[in-house]
Design a protein around this ligand. Structure first.
Ligand code: FAD
Length: 458
């Protein structure tokens, strides 16, 4: 059988672009179909604009701190519309670069929403009607989108997509959700002058993270004036003329002018006509894949957020490249997802690589826990209360360092570098014989001498 292409990729986000470019580099004929903007969630409405808004928030801190260091400054004021215009220009620029990179690699970009149309066939709804394309291999990289039906009435609330396009910030905001996106925006908005309340189900936010990080983020958000409401997921949201009513049970109703729905994201599979290829997603809409990123249908693969495993940009990119190398580069290799570092860009940020204390113990290991907790030099000088906390988890039997967790300035930059040591199998002795770089916060990671405790295996 002959096909129009060797590979058709559905979705030009982080994973789809990486896979398509790498496949073209190997000589494959590739088309990538995108219904919205090239660059996907990360570039257009995720990591990048989020971090740019975090930088905006951080300037507020810097200006306050600068006064303690002797600077005489006028009272600053943040203008969201100015930020929004600069952000729009930056995402346009980045989208342009992505398009150029695809073009330069020889990948054909097809504009329109794609759906499967039987084996090896993709139908694209274009401005001029449906266009059917055929390919030897089909890659589904359609990512995810905010869940809009988690609570009755929540569909009327803003999502992270809407927040990043605001021209003006509300005076007060409720954030519903206890995941990393909820906390990042709560922290950022509070720094930008919004009175923020966060509502989440559990006792602590950031389920799955180490308890030290979870309790630290609660302390830092509270210190920043954010009102946290643990154990209080709203049961209903009702739109009013002036905003929204959140029903919290037992006749407790609170009103907010603006509400952020950060209750999670769902894989984009509903419109894909998966059944035409014999595919059935799981109850949440995610596509299951094996280690070779194959779905249950012949010649159909999936990577990134649409598979709902570790929903991070670098994972989608690594999977895209690995798949292209396997299919067209004669270099089959699987992506090792056992030690993926990640960050939460609250202020201060937190970062983590390896299992939490509870996960390590649960995995049957005896765990030595090393900790550091201090007020960083920059804060102590100005009487600031912000603390830096670090934790190393070490296998008490093999002495291999299992995990590094940190909350404090530059945590993501520091933990990213430590992740290399952990990937290389560094032991506690390797950390101990590393000479410290002084004066830094990171040096504490090589100066922890005695474990705070040794936990027995579960
Ligand atoms: P996406 O990037 O979502 O790309 C999917 C693309 O497919 C989209 O462009 C979409 O329009 C397109 N598409 C969907 N359906 C179709 C269809 N039927 N036809 C054609 N095109 C279609 N990750 C990090 O690593 N670090 C962070 O700091 C971080 N911050 C984030 C902040 C926010 C607010 C959000 C929402 C996400 C954040 N993420 C972060 C997650 C990261 O953005 C995703 O993990 C990543 O974008 C996943 O890449 P992907 O290729 O799987 O999907």
């Amino acid at each position: 059988m002959t096909f129009d292409y060797d590979l058709i990729t559905l979705g030009a986000g982080s994973g789809g672009v990486a896979a398509s470019r790498r496949a073209a580099l190997h000589g494959a004929r590739v088309a990538i179909v995108e219904g919205s903007r090239v660059g996907g969630t990360c570039v257009i409405r995720g990591c990048v604009p989020k971090k740019l808004l975090m930088y905006a928030a951080q300037f507020g801190d810097s200006m306050r701190e600068a006064r303690g260091y002797g600077w005489v400054l006028p009272e600053p004021r943040f203008d969201m519309a100015t930020w929004a215009a600069a952000k729009a220009a930056e995402t346009d620029r980045l989208e342009g670069i992505y398009r150029q990179m695809l073009q330069g690699s020889g990948v054909e970009v097809v504009a329109g929403w794609a759906r499967l149309d039987g084996p090896n066939r993709v139908a694209v709804a274009t401005d001029t009607g449906d266009r059917v394309l055929t390919a030897r291999h089909i890659l589904i990289a359609t990512g995810g989108a905010p869940v809009r039906d988690s609570i009755p009435g929540i569909e009327a609330c803003a999502t992270s997509d809407d927040l990043l396009d605001l021209q003006q910030l509300p005076e007060r905001a409720a954030v519903i959700g206890g995941g990393y996106i909820a906390l990042e925006f709560a922290s950022i908005l509070a720094r930008l002058g919004v009175k923020v309340s966060v509502f989440y189900r559990g006792e602590l936010p950031l389920r799955g993270f180490d308890t030290m990080l979870r309790t630290s983020v609660v302390a830092e958000l509270t210190a920043a004036g954010v009102q946290l409401h643990p154990g209080s997921a709203p049961q209903r949201v009702q739109r009013t003329s002036g905003g929204f009513l959140l029903s919290l049970g037992e006749d407790r109703v609170l009103e907010f002018p603006w509400v952020l729905n950060a209750t999670g994201r769902r894989p984009n599979t509903a419109q894909l006509n998966l059944a035409s290829a014999g595919l059935v997603p799981d109850a949440f809409g995610a596509l299951a894949v094996n280690a070779a990123l194959q779905t249950g249908a012949l010649d159909v693969y999936a990577i990134g957020d649409v598979t709902n495993r570790i929903n991070l940009t670098p994972v989608a990119i690594a999977e895209g490249r690995a798949l292209a190398d396997s299919l067209f580069g004669a270099k089959p290799h699987a992506v090792d997802l056992s030690r993926v570092a990640s960050a939460v860009f609250t202020l201060p940020p937190l970062a983590t690589v390896g299992p939490s204390e509870a996960q390590a113990v649960q995995a049957g290991l005896r765990v030595a826990v090393y900790e550091a907790d201090f007020r960083p030099m920059k804060q102590a000088f100005i009487g600031g209360t912000e603390r830096t906390r670090m934790k190393l988890l070490v296998d008490a039997d093999s002495q291999v360092v299992l995990a590094a967790h940190m909350v404090g300035a530059d945590a993501p930059e520091i933990v990213q570098s430590l992740a290399v040591a952990l990937s290389a199998g560094a032991t506690k002795a390797d950390f101990d014989r590393t000479i410290a770089m002084h004066p830094t916060a990171a040096e504490e990671f090589v100066l922890m001498r005695e474990p705070m405790r040794v936990l027995p295996a579960a």
